[in-house]
Write a protein that binds this ligand. Structure first.
Ligand code: FAD
Length: 347
């Protein structure tokens, strides 16, 4: 058994480990882990004391495991075992429960991915504590020191802030790209521990028969540096062609608001927002999108937001870095022509 250091753990992060797209035997740490560690660091600092611990469950230690300190981790607890080659919720829940019991953190964060959404409720039940899923904001209450877990509620119509005053740890899941990544600090260091657990921790009734990887599609809007999204204001499905042209010019992808998906102008994988995907591109161009809170929940961490809307009072302009007020049918072709002109000049 590994001896766990006696420094108290303020925040505990469950790392997201994925199979490498190129080599199925290699595992990689998904970037949502860095986002959660950076947020955990902020929370631990606000609590005034305690470490940020990160649990890495893997078949073979991922190359990036040593870089987790740069994002704010103090300790990395690496559990390596062949049974962790493919995700198994039963094993993940068992191991995380044991580690959390040992570390006794005040806060536990996990990604709201398919894996995190599957194992964390089981961990919360085993630990007899609460869990707030899909948080869009996390903070520490200065008076009580409790975790403030904010998420949309009542069909997305209100933002609810939830506290867990009577049980520890306070547990939350967060969707990828919800929090903006700070610059990593390469000078930060910490303790790396190989946590050894009894074989019984790796036993499971679940047998993985096969794991296949989903191919990246045109709608992989979460990986794109530029996302050009269309809303109801573009009037008809055919007008997405104009947005596609702009997106292609910028090596970007096409996103959409929910009403356009509901109208079948575009498929669901393109939907940005509360009930779609969260994106955090370098540039987000919102065309004919009003800026409802449910849409903003999916794109407000973009580095630069450009909004094109004919209504000067449209709420999207409140979050936009660049506001282009006008008819999209006039503005977008002019933007395309201007970008082409600049591109031709420099190439
Ligand atoms: P509208 O609100 O109709 O806005 C159209 C905009 O286009 C207006 O601002 C208008 O001024 C502008 N416009 C009109 N004509 C032109 C023109 N010629 N040129 C330029 N601008 C023009 N929404 C999402 O997007 N994603 C979600 O994931 C999502 N999840 C939801 C979950 C729940 C539980 C609920 C209740 C709602 C959700 N919604 C979601 C819906 C959300 O509340 C809004 O209804 C939706 O975002 C509005 O879409 P829109 O901006 O395309 O349309």
């Amino acid at each position: 058994m590994t001896k766990i250091s006696c420094a108290s753990c303020a925040a505990f992060v469950c790392a997201e480990i994925r199979r490498d797209g190129q080599n199925a035997q290699t595992q990689k740490i998904h970037s949502v882990t860095f986002e959660l560690i950076a947020k955990a660091r902020e929370l631990a600092d606000a609590m005034g004391a305690g470490d940020v611990c990160v649990a890495v469950l893997c078949a073979r230690e991922p190359a990036e495991a040593g870089s987790l300190f740069a994002w704010g981790a103090d300790r990395v607890l690496c559990v390596e075992h062949p049974s962790l080659q493919n995700f198994n919720q039963e094993i993940a829940a068992n191991i995380l429960t044991r580690l959390i019991e040992r570390e006794a953190p005040r806060v536990v964060l996990a990604p709201a991915t398919t894996a995190g959404r599957t194992y964390l409720p089981a961990v919360a039940a085993k630990l007899r504590t609460g869990l707030t899923a899909d948080c869009t904001g996390l903070d520490i209450d200065r008076e009580s020191g409790l975790l403030l877990q904010t998420r949309p509620a009542i069909g997305g119509n209100v933002m609810a802030t939830i506290k867990t005053p009577n049980h520890l740890p306070q547990m939350a899941t967060v969707r990828p790209k919800t929090f903006r990544l700070p610059e990593p600090d390469a000078s930060r260091t910490g303790a790396f521990e190989h946590a050894e657990l009894p074989e019984s921790a790796f036993e499971s009734r679940i047998r993985v028969l096969e794991a296949t990887r989903e191919e990246a599609s045109e709608a992989d809007i979460q990986a794109a540096d530029v996302v050009v999204s269309g809303g109801k204001g573009i009037r008809k499905a055919e007008n997405f062609a104009l947005l596609r042209e702009l997106a292609e010019l910028l090596d970007g992808s096409v996103g959409a608001s929910r009403p356009t998906v509901e109208a079948k102008w575009i498929d669901y994988p393109h939907q940005v927002g509360l009930s779609g995907k969260v994106v955090a591109p370098k540039v987000y161009i919102a065309v004919g999108i009003s800026g409802a809170v449910q849409h903003l929940a999916g794109m407000q961490t973009a580095q630069k937001i450009v909004a094109i809307n004919k209504d000067p009072e449209a709420p999207i302009f409140r979050v936009a870095d660049v506001a282009l007020c006008g008819d999209f049918a006039d503005v977008v072709p002019r933007l395309i022509a201007r970008i082409r002109q600049c591109y031709n000049r420099t190439v």
